[in-house]
Design a protein around this ligand. Structure first.
Ligand SMILES: NC(=O)c1ccc[n+]([C@@H]2O[C@H](COP(=O)([O-])OP(=O)(O)OC[C@H]3O[C@@H](n4cnc5c(N)ncnc54)[C@H](O)[C@@H]3O)[C@@H](O)[C@H]2O)c1
Length: 344
C-alpha cells in the first residue's frame, strides 16, 4: 500500500541540491527537511524547495521520529560512513553517495546495520538510471548480446571537477570516478565475480595541485575468464562546468554495443563565452520542466522504494564489491602488480 513519506537530506551542495529539488516536487514526499552547514546555501535551498525545516545540525534530523528516510550528500567523503551509520542507528532508510565508506569494514558495518533493522540502504550509482546504460543491461538480460566477453568504458571529466574533488579529499580517480563505471560493468556481468585487478595511474596537471593522477586505467578479470577495462580521468580543459564524456563498448558472443555518451551532440556558441557543450554533466541538471540526466530518476526510485516498500536497484552488497575493486586498483597501481580478490 502506498503512503507518503518525510524525507531528510544532509548536505545540499551541488548534488544534494539536485536531489532536494526532485524530492520537493514528488507527490510521495509529504515533507522535506534539509541540513547544511553553509547557512547561506541552506537558506537558499530551503526557500527554493519550500522545505518544512532547515538545520545546520544533522542530529536534529535523526531525533525526529517522523522522518522516514535520509539522503546523505555531504563532502568531504570521510563524512559518508559516520553519517550513514548514525542515520541507520536512528532507523532511517538511507541513500548514500559514493564512496560507501573509506574502508571495507565501514561498508560491512553499514550493511549489517541496515539488514538487522530491515532498512533500505542504497548507494548513488546514478549511471544505472542512464537509459544508455540500462539498455546494455537489457541487451544482456534478453540475450541480444549473447554471453558477455569484454567491455570498455573511458570517462573523462573537466578539471573543474578534478580540482573540486582533489581540493577536498585525497582519493583516486578509481574511488571517485571509475567507481560508477565499475559498478555498471559488474552489474552487467553478474553473476560473474571479479578475481583480479591491474591498474596504472597516469600523472599530469593534477600532481602538483593535489598529488593525484590525471587518469587511472583499471583492468578487471572475472572468474570465468572474461575481462573489462575502465579508464577514468578528471583533467579536461573546461568545455562546460562539470563536463563529462564517456565512450562505452560492450562485446558479447552474439553482438556488440558501441555507445557514445560524450555529450558532444549539443553545441552552444555565444559571443560572451564561445563554444561550450551544455547538458553535459554526469548527474544531469534540470532543463525547465525536465532533467537532462539520470539523477532525478534515481532519486525518484529511492523515494518509491521507501514509500511503496520496493527493493532498491543498487544493493549495499554490490556497492561493497565495487569498493573492493577500487581499493584493489589503487593497491595495484601503488605496487605495480596485479592484485587478487578478495582482498584480505
Ligand atoms: N551520483 C553522482 O553522479 C555524483 C556526482 C557528483 C558527486 N557525487 C557525490 O556526491 C557527494 C556530494 O558532492 P557535491 O559535488 O554535491 O559536493 P558539494 O561540496 O557541492 O556539496 C556537499 C555539501 O555538504 C555540506 N556539508 C558538509 N558537512 C556537512 C555537515 N556536517 N552537515 C551538513 N552539510 C554538510 C557542504 O557544506 C556542501 O554544501 C560527494 O560525495 C560526491 O562524491 C555523486
Amino acid at each position: 500500500m502506498s503512503r507518503t513519506i518525510n524525507m531528510g537530506i544532509i548536505g545540499v551542495g551541488w548534488i544534494g541540491g539536485l536531489r532536494a529539488r526532485t524530492c520537493a516536487t514528488h507527490p510521495l514526499v509529504k515533507s522535506l527537511h534539509l541540513c547544511e552547514v553553509d547557512r547561506d546555501r541552506l537558506q537558499q535551498m530551503a526557500k527554493e524547495t519550500g522545505a518544512s525545516s532547515a538545520t545546520t545540525d544533522y542530529r536534529e534530523l535523526l531525533s525526529r521520529p517522523d522522518i522516514d528516510a535520509i539522503i546523505v550528500t555531504t563532502t568531504p567523503e570521510q563524512t559518508h560512513y559516520p553519517f550513514a551509520r548514525d542515520c541507520l542507528l536512528a532507523r532511517k532508510h538511507v541513500l548514500l553517495e559514493k564512496p560507501m565508506g573509506l574502508e571495507l569494514k565501514e561498508a560491512d558495518e553499514l550493511m549489517v546495520l541496515a539488514r538487522v533493522a530491515s532498512l533500505k540502504l542504497t548507494i548513488g550509482y546514478t549511471q544505472r538510471f542512464n537509459p544508455k546504460f540500462a539498455y546494455v543491461k537489457q541487451c544482456l538480460a534478453d540475450g541480444t548480446l549473447g554471453r558477455p566477453v569484454t567491455a570498455l568504458v573511458s570517462r573523462h571529466l573537466s578539471r573543474s571537477l578534478g580540482n573540486k574533488i582533489g581540493g577536498r579529499v585525497h582519493l583516486s580517480p578509481a574511488v571517485m570516478e571509475a567507481t560508477h563505471d565499475i559498478d555498471f560493468v559488474l552489474w552487467c556481468m553478474e553473476p560473474r565475480k571479479p578475481i583480479r585487478v591491474y591498474s596504472q595511474h597516469a600523472y599530469g596537471v593534477m600532481k602538483q595541485a593535489h598529488g593525484l593522477p590525471d587518469s587511472q586505467w583499471i583492468m578487471v578479470t572475472m572468474d570465468d575468464g572474461t575481462a573489462f577495462t575502465i579508464g577514468a580521468g578528471w583533467a579536461l580543459p573546461p568545455g562546460y562546468p562539470h563536463f563529462s564524456t564517456a565512450t562505452i563498448e560492450f562485446h558479447g558472443t552474439e553482438g556488440a554495443l558501441l555507445i557514445d555518451d560524450s555529450h558532444r551532440d549539443i553545441v552552444l556558441n555565444t559571443m560572451g563565452k564561445g563554444m561550450v557543450l551544455p547538458l553535459s554533466t554526469m548527474p544531469g541538471e534540470s532543463v525547465g520542466h525536465v532533467y537532462q540526466g539520470p539523477m532525478q530518476a534515481e532519486t525518484i526510485h529511492f523515494i518509491e522504494a521507501v514509500a511503496l516498500d520496493r527493493p532498491v536497484l543498487v544493493t549495499p552488497e554490490q556497492a561493497r564489491q565495487v569498493m573492493e575493486v577500487t581499493h584493489a586498483a589503487d593497491l595495484s597501481a601503488e605496487r605495480n602488480t596485479p592484485v587478487t580478490l578478495p582482498l584480505e
